[in-house]
Structures are given as C-alpha cells and as structure tokens.
Design a protein around this ligand. Structure first.
Ligand SMILES: [Zn+2]
Length: 198
C-alpha cells in the first residue's frame, strides 16, 4: 500500500490500481456469505487478525514490508450477528418483484413506470404495499385517480418481497455491473438480481 492507502500489483508494465477491480467476498465465521468489500478493507481485516484468507487472486500485492497474494475470499474470525436483510424499496426492486409486468393489464414490458395505488395527491405512501409496476398506458389511465375511479384491477396484492440471505451480496455484485452496458445486454439487467446463476 502507498501513502494514499491504494493497493497495487505488478503486471510487468509497472503499477496498477487494484481497488474495486478485485472484490473480496466476506464470510461470517460460520462460512455464511456476508458481503463484498474491496481489497484494501480485506487486508486491514486480515492484518488486524479479524479475518483469515480462504482464497486468493493470482495477483501479488506489494506493501513496503512484504509481498503477498491478494485475497479473494476472507472469513471473519468472530461471528457477526446482523438483522435479516430487507430488500431496498426502489424502482428496480419493484420491477423485479412484479416480474417486469404491469400489475393492471398484465403486459410484460421493459417500458415500465411506478404507480402509486393510492395517488400521491391523496397522500398515498411510498411503501411496498402502495407501489406497483405499471405500463405507460395504465399509468396514464390511472393518473391521479384511485383504482376504483380508474376502473382498474390489481393482478395481485403488492407486498414487501422477502430478501434472500444473499441479498446484500447480490446488490453489491449488480452495482459492479457497468450501467452503460445494460442497454446492450437487456438479459443482464433481468438477471443481475441472480448473479449466482452463471
Ligand atoms: Zn398496463
């Protein structure tokens, strides 16, 4: 590590930054996956005796004192207790919950909007129960009306989705997918909620 705390490796052409490009999987002491961190954070945990290295990248890290392989999986020495993860309430997660389907007419489309079942103008809350995916036409038809006023029907009762215990890791991984790529790989966006499928 240099003065800025960055980690470097040699590839024959000199130094290259490592942070970010080599995510490290962090396991709890019972081997349950907890999260993903960067190499620098992982090295600090290992050097402080708080974690052990289980897997390594084929990349050398050079610190002032010694060189060693960059960790790719570390395991915490002490068990960490944490609350069961909850799915973050956001557009993307609402679309995933609704399987990219308009909850009024049932059309499956990439051109979805978010509809407030009880409209915002009538103090409809920003909650899992009040937000659904809607195609542009249904959203337009509904406007500031209630379901009854718009003569629409919901396909199912919206609820908070249950997070898998790997949700924090899935989120961390999908954040690492370059957003500029997604329009060229539409399947990837659909699947980035299940990065363990490949
Ligand atoms: Zn629709």
């Amino acid at each position: 590590m240099d003065d800025t705390g960055a980690v470097y490796h040699h590839n024959g052409n000199g130094h290259h930054r490592l942070n970010g490009h080599h995510p490290v999987l962090v396991l709890n002491s019972n081997y349950e996956p907890l999260n993903i961190c960067n190499i620098r954070r992982a090295i600090v945990l290992v050097l402080n005796g708080k974690a052990e290295v289980l897997e390594e990248y084929d990349v050398m890290i050079n610190s002032s004192s010694a060189g060693f392989d960059a960790p790719s999986v570390i395991r915490l020495v002490y068990m960490i207790k944490r609350p069961y993860p909850r799915v973050k309430l956001c557009r993307r997660e609402i679309f995933i919950r609704d399987q990219f389907t308009c909850q009024y007419c049932g059309v499956e489309t990439r051109e979805l909007t978010i509809d407030h079942i009880i409209p915002r103008s009538k103090n409809g809350p920003h909650t899992w129960e009040n937000l659904v995916s809607a195609c542009r036409q249904c959203n337009h038809r509904k406007g500031g009306k209630s379901i009854e006023e718009a003569r629409l029907k919901l396909k199912s009762t919206p609820k908070e989705p249950r997070a898998s215990r790997y949700y924090p890791i899935q989120r961390a991984l999908s954040r690492r997918v370059n957003q500029d790529w997604l329009k060229f790989i539409p399947e990837l966006e659909l699947r980035s909620d299940t990065p363990f499928s490949h």
